[in-house]
Design a protein around this ligand. Structure first.
Ligand SMILES: Cc1ncc(COP(=O)(O)O)c(C=O)c1O
Length: 374
């Protein structure tokens, strides 16, 4: 990109406030991604000029040429992160720098423009200040932030976009499990794959998501709540629905436990919750009792461990639920039972991780993973 092109610049932000402010729904009525705040952030980009004047304006429809490349060739990527209100009413985004880095990687992969992460974060901060009343302050509640980038230039030829747009919308959300954890049943999917080596499974592109719904519907039709993605002749577990997957095994001889998740080989979405879990577990779990592994783990290994009583627990991880306990996995007409604590809907590590991360998100424990909006 030539140096004459304008970079993303938060100091140029213009703000047009809504004249028809909305009421925020009571916390108990919040449904994930159904209602939005009063304003949105929009920044256009042009290959000749670079990033144009950023604008915060009232939330509303986008107007676009029907031949815009986003509609035909899926020039689209997105992020998902949350802002939390702490006990003092301060607003905190959780590890937003990681989302910005991932967003830039996604953009680079589909020839959309990259941008200065810090500038976008400053502008998201301004949006949060303006829409502060929509950020719930009860524990378990938060504001889901959806930064998105699309290719906007018209024309049906398949080409590098010469126009693009970032927009950021926000939705107040409640706890994923309203009445505490609810462990889910999974169906291992071996007739379709989510991602493949050399593909784009590690990028947060909209095009990765639409094809994943059908296997989930098929799992649901057979009575399972989610599907578990496998890959290759070894049937390695990659992800669960739209979450990263973790399992805990116990060594039959030493009793030492191993926390296992798939390695970042390009087929796995580089989850920020996944990264947070690995860091926290490496830092806080006793090295005498635990091994933390990023390695392949097949569905057969999980089945064998369960049969021998060596499977301790399993869970998914992602921004929406943080951790989602698994109670069973259907595979080839067999049911792999995943242990839960007696009378509970979760295993011990799943609960521990949920508590650790919530303390950091709500600023109960201070850390540089919180970006406080000043
Ligand atoms: C396919 C997929 N895997 C994993 C995740 C978890 O990522 P994160 O922890 O960053 O939310 C997500 C959600 O963003 C996802 O869409």
């Amino acid at each position: 990109m030539s140096s004459q092109l304008a970079g993303l610049d938060a100091s140029k932000l213009t703000i047009t406030k809504t004249t028809t402010p909305k009421e925020r729904l009571p916390n108990e009525q919040l449904v994930f991604g159904k209602t939005f705040t009063d304003h949105m952030l929009i920044i256009d980009w042009d290959a000749e000029k670079g990033w144009l004047t950023p604008q915060i304006k009232p939330y509303g429809p986008l107007v676009m040429d029907p031949s815009a490349c986003v509609f035909h060739y899926a020039f689209e990527l997105f992020e998902g992160l949350k802002a939390y209100k702490d006990a003092e009413g301060k607003v905190r985004m959780f590890r937003p720098d990681m989302n910005m880095a991932r967003m830039n990687k996604s953009a680079a992969r589909i020839c959309l423009p990259t941008f200065d992460s810090e500038e976008l974060l400053k502008m998201i901060g301004e949006l949060l200040k303006l829409d502060n009343k929509f950020i719930p302050d009860e524990r378990g509640y938060s504001l889901y932030i959806r930064p998105t980038m699309i290719g906007t230039d018209p024309g049906l030829g398949v080409h590098t976009p010469s126009k693009a747009q970032i927009f950021v919308i926000c939705s107040p959300v409640g706890p994923y499990y309203k009445t505490g954890f609810k462990a889910v049943s999974l169906e291992a999917t071996d007739y379709a794959v989510r991602a493949w080596p050399g593909g784009v499974g590690d990028k947060k592109l909209g095009a990765n998501y639409a094809p994943c719904i059908k296997p989930q519907l098929e799992a649901a039709a057979r009575g399972f709540q989610q599907n578990l993605w496998l890959f290759g002749p070894e049937k390695n577990i990659t992800e669960v629905g739209t979450m990263n997957f973790f399992a805990v095994f116990k060594d039959a001889v030493t009793g030492k436990k191993e926390l296992v998740t798939a390695p970042l080989d390009g087929t796995i979405l580089e989850g920020i919750t996944r990264d947070s879990i690995l860091s926290l577990c490496r830092e806080r779990l006793s090295k005498d009792e635990w091994t933390i592994s990023e390695r392949y783990c097949s569905i057969d290994e999980v089945k064998e461990a369960a049969d021998k009583g060596l499977l301790v627990e399993a869970f998914g991880s992602g921004t929406a639920a943080v951790v989602s306990p698994v109670k069973s996995i259907g595979y080839h007409n067999q049911n792999i039972e995943v242990p839960l604590l007696p009378g509970e809907q979760f295993g011990p590590l799943t609960k521990q991780i949920a508590d650790w991360i919530a303390e950091l998100q709500y600023g109960i424990v201070e850390s540089d993973w919180s970006r406080v909006i000043g």
